[in-house]
Design a protein around this ligand. Structure first.
Ligand SMILES: Cc1ncc(COP(=O)(O)O)c(C=O)c1O
Length: 437
């Protein structure tokens, strides 16, 4: 059977509903915007209300004979190389719990990467599943976790052969990826399923230059948020299944157990439309995004004092196995700590030592910003932080080999002992301000 990705069953059914002027005797109460507060309609626009209908008895008939949702899910499964796909309107927070419950039950063990999202922890609390924590690879310099290695999962299975399966988060929000194929092999050697929390990886199937995605790597279940790295509406999540270790009916029932009986058709429409866009234009769009990400990374790298963590920083022994370059982490360490920037009168006085962006830009405060200590890093004498291991704050005789314009980074900024005089702060003074030491 040929699959036609130009179709979008949910959007088409919504369009049909509206063109035929249909109204329901059932919820939602607003009846295609008519009963809604005009002030709300003014802000939200009527399109929101037009798309807000019941899934069965609105979008489809009460017996879902049009198979609207099923057809949309089948198209999604085809687009991402899965055997079964389930839409969720409760975010990956629900999807990941449904996945966990379909693999293990109360008092049964599940191997879980310790860098799991809070929804995984909530899943443990409500299910009574016993976690066997698998340590991620901790990057002490950047204060972030890389996904656990396949060897770590192997060891955990050896120690807990009764574990029902494994759950790993990949990519991390910073783009670090696990070797999913190797972890899947570890699980499958024991006939155990692998769940991948791929909340940050919805875009991965659509370009060959992006890291391998869970279904291609042989995972059994994977969970993605379409509102994160895709353009779906908030709370739009899909989870996918393949292989015969988890029956589709069980996974569907677990989702039904946790989910709402009033799913938002607007969110379904966002998922459906995104799949169509990606199936038809994904490679071109993702190619453009990759080029843009490379440009942005290079431009930021040119800025004195900033460094964008790249493959050299993120991948290698004890780190991630692959990197998604679309998110990024900008190290502001070369600008000095917020306190030192204030002390020295620098114009650059933000509060972050690291900025993390995904598709949008958001700032993250590094734990080191509060302590001012990151042993072994830059200790420029312009009042910046942190001080090298074994030195006390303010001790003279330490400097870094920072070259202006080199893009401060771990590689080019090694701390060396020297009798050189303290360097002056290269950052501009505040208007009318003076630098104090
Ligand atoms: C790794 C991971 N898993 C699951 C979730 C939950 O996703 P959602 O916000 O779609 O419920 C998040 C949210 O940030 C996440 O980062």
């Amino acid at each position: 059977m040929t699959v036609d990705h130009s179709r979008a069953p949910v959007l088409e059914a919504l369009d049909d509903y509206r063109r035929k002027g249909r109204l329901s005797f059932t919820p939602p109460g607003h009846k295609q915007a008519r009963g809604a507060d005009p002030a709300v309609r003014e802000v939200l626009g009527d399109a929101v209300f037009h798309g807000d209908v019941l899934a069965s008895g609105g979008l489809d008939d009460r017996l879902t004979r049009g198979r609207v949702l099923q057809r949309a899910q089948d198209l999604m499964a085809d687009a991402v190389h899965a055997e079964h796909t389930f839409f969720s309107t409760c975010g990956s927070s629900l999807s990941v719990k449904a996945a966990m419950l379909s693999v293990a039950g109360p008092h049964e063990k599940l191997l879980i990467g310790r860098d799991a999202h809070k929804s995984v922890v909530s899943g443990l609390i409500i299910s009574g599943i016993e976690p066997v924590w698998v340590e991620p690879r901790w990057d002490a310099e950047r204060h972030l976790a890389h996904p656990p290695s396949a060897a770590e999962f192997d060891r955990a299975f050896d120690a807990h052969p009764d574990a029902r399966g494994a759950l790993v988060t990949s990519p991390t929000p910073y783009g670090g990826c696990a070797d999913l194929q190797a972890i899947a092999d570890v699980c499958h050697r024991r006939s155990r399923p692998l769940i991948v929390d791929e909340a940050w990886g919805a875009h991965l199937p659509f370009h060959p230059d992006l890291p391998s995605w869970a279904m291609d790597a042989g995972a059994d279940i994977c969970v993605t948020s379409i509102h994160k790295m895709g353009s779906g509406l908030e709370q739009g999540s899909v989870f996918h299944l393949q292989g015969d270790l988890v029956p589709p009916a069980v996974l569907g029932m677990r989702a039904d157990l946790l989910g709402t009986t009033s799913p938002s058709v607007l969110i379904f429409a966002g998922l459906d439309g995104w799949r169509r866009q990606m199936a038809l234009h994904g490679k071109e769009l993702m190619g453009g995004a990759l080029d843009l990400a490379a440009e942005v990374r290079a431009a930021i790298e040119e800025i004195d004092g900033l460094h964008v963590d790249d493959r050299d920083d993120f991948c290698g022994p004890g780190l991630s196995d692959d990197l998604d370059p679309l998110p990024g982490v900008i190290d502001l360490g070369g600008l000095g700590s917020p306190a030192s920037r204030r002390r020295t009168g620098c114009a650059s006085t933000g509060t972050s030592t690291r900025i993390w962006w995904t598709t949008a830009v958001s700032a993250r405060r590094s734990p080191t910003a509060t302590t001012g200590r990151r042993p072994g890093s830059c200790s420029r004498r312009c009042g910046t932080w942190p001080w090298p291991r074994g030195t006390s704050r303010g001790r003279r005789g330490w400097r870094c080999r920072r070259r202006r314009g080199c893009g401060w980074s771990r590689r080019c900024c090694r701390v060396t002992r020297s009798s050189a005089r303290p360097r002056t702060c290269p950052w501009p003074r505040r208007p009318g301000g003076s630098r104090r030491r």
